[in-house]
Design a protein around this ligand. Sequence first.
Ligand code: NAD
Length: 434
Amino acid sequence: MRIAMIGTGYVGLVSGVCFSDFGHDVICVDKAEDKIRMLQAGQVPIYEPGLDVLMAKNVAAGRLGFTTDLARAVDGADAVFIAVGTPTRRGDGHADLTYVMAAADEIARALTGYTVVVTKSTVPVGTNRKVHETISTANPEAEFDVASNPEFLREGAAIDDFMRPDRVVVGVESDRAAQVMADIYRPLYLRDFPILTTDLESAEMIKYAANAFLATKITFINEIAGLCERVGADVKQVSRGIGLDGRIGNKFLHAGPGYGGSCFPKDTAALARIGQDHAFPMQITETVMRVNDEVKKRMIEKIRDACGDSFNGKTIAVLGVTFKPNTDDMRDAPSLTIVPALIGGGARVRVVDPQGRAEGEALLPGVTWEDDPYAAVRDADAVVLLTEWNEFRALNLSQMAQAMKTPRMVDLRNIYGREMALKSGFDTYVGVGR
Ligand code: NAD
C-alpha cells in the first residue's frame, strides 16, 4: 500500500513510522520546514522512546520518506491520512478545524485515482462529512471515500500502543474504503485485536467518549483522594480496593495533580461544546473539567501549607514538568498552573526534567533549570515531585534531605510514603489522598 501521512507530530510521525514498519510505502508530510529538514537528516523532532531506531530502520529499507510537498506525497497514494493538530479554538472550547480543512482542501487538488482520505486527528462528529464536502467542492472529479480512524496511542508508549492496540476503530461509508483500511491494518491481524468498523459519526464519537471517560476516571479518584485526606483514609489502598473489581478495573486510578496533556483538556472541552451546540449539555464532562481545575489549585495549597503558609522567599525544587513521563510534551501540563503560582507567590523555583527543558524554557519563565535532582534540592526549602519519571522513583532520600535547608517533600504522585520520607530525614511529607 502507498500511504501519505499529513502532519508529522506525535500521532502522524508515530503512525507513519509504524505503517512503514508493517511494510507499506509511507511519505510523511509537514508544513513545518524545520521538522522535515530534521527528519530528512535522520533526527526525530519529538521525544518518543524507540522512535529513532524504528524510523532509521524503515528509512534505510526505502519505505519511509519525508517532504513538505503534499501534492507529491498524495499523488498515487492508496490512502491519505490527516494527522494535523486540532487544538482548542480560542475563546469557545470548540476543536479548531482550520488545519484539518486546509489539509483536506490541499489534498483534494492532488488526488489521482481512487484514494481513501482518512482522518486520524481527533475531530467533532460531522467533520468527516465536511472533509468529504470540501474535497468534492475543490475537486469534483476526484474519486475518493473518506474514513474516520481515530488514534488511541499514548505519548511515551506510542509505538507499543500503535503496534499492539486494544482495538482499531474505522468509520467508513463504503465497502471499498473498508477494504483499503483492512489492507492497511492487515499486518496487525496476526495479533489478536478487534478492528471495529462503524459509521463515520460513531467512530468520531468513540474517540471523544473514550477520552472523556478516562478524564472522568482520573478526576473521580482525585476527588476521592481529597475526601480521603479529610477522613483519614489512604487513596492508594482505596484505589487498589476498588480497582480489583473487574467492572471498575485498576488503570487510571492513581491520584495525582490533575490531568493535563495534549488530549484530555482539549477533548473534554470539545465534547462539552458539542453537547452545548446540540442543546444536550454534557453535565458529567463539564463537571470533570471544573473539578480538574480545582484539583490543580488544591495542589498549590498543599505546597503552600508544606512551606509554612507562604512561598515568599522560599526555594522550591520541582522534579518533573512534562505532563507525564517519557515525553517532552508540555501541552496543558499541570506544571504550567502550579509553577507560575509558586513564582507568583515569591518563590525561587528550580526545575529538573529529563526531556522537558526544550519545550519548557519558553513556557516557564523565571525558573532555574538544573540537570540533577540532588543539585536542585541543595539548600532548598521544599521539593515537589510533579512528574513520575523513572529518574525520580528511586532517589536517595537521605542524601536529598541532608542537602536541603528544610527537608520537606510534597509528593504529588505518591511515589514515596510518609514513613520512608521521615525515616530518611525529611521533617515533612505530604502526599495526595493519604
Ligand atoms: P502535533 O501538534 O504534534 O502535530 C501536528 C503537525 O501537523 C504539526 O507538525 C504541524 O506542523 C502539522 N500540520 C498542520 N497543518 C498541516 C498541513 N496542512 N500540512 C502538513 N502538515 C500540517 O499534533 P499531535 O499531538 O500529533 O495530534 C494530532 C491529532 O491527533 C490531534 O487531533 C490530536 O487530538 C490527535 N491525537 C493526539 C494524541 C497524542 O497523544 N498527541 C493521541 C491521540 C490522538
